[in-house]
Design a protein around this ligand. Structure first.
Ligand SMILES: [Zn+2]
Length: 96
């Protein structure tokens, strides 16, 4: 039976720590963050999901897997946690 209550058990992989703070990853064209602490990112994601509940018509089986290849060079997100995370690993030019 569905109570309409949103389960706050998020996949821990939705939270990424970056050099500029914590991000909560979303399936929207933007991620949430940066936040100084993980609990703040958690709170923001909870509010985000409540806001979008019922608005999305996604397949419920289309779940966040936490795994993807991310190219910051072609990323179309406005505020991307994965791109922020990549700041921690600066690209070192290969020596020719
Ligand atoms: Zn990105």
């Amino acid at each position: 039976m569905s109570t309409g209550k949103i389960d706050p058990q998020f996949d821990p992989r939705r939270f990424v720590k970056t050099p500029v703070g914590w991000y909560a990853l979303t399936r929207e064209p933007y991620d949430l963050g940066p936040f100084p602490t993980k609990p703040e990112a958690f709170t923001a994601l909870n509010a985000h999901i409540r806001l979008h509940a019922g608005l999305n018509r996604r397949n419920p089986d289309d779940r966040f897997t936490g795994f993807s290849v991310h190219d910051a060079g072609t990323c179309a997100k406005n505020n991307c946690g994965r791109c922020a995370e990549a700041l921690e690993f600066p690209v070192v030019p290969a020596i020719a």
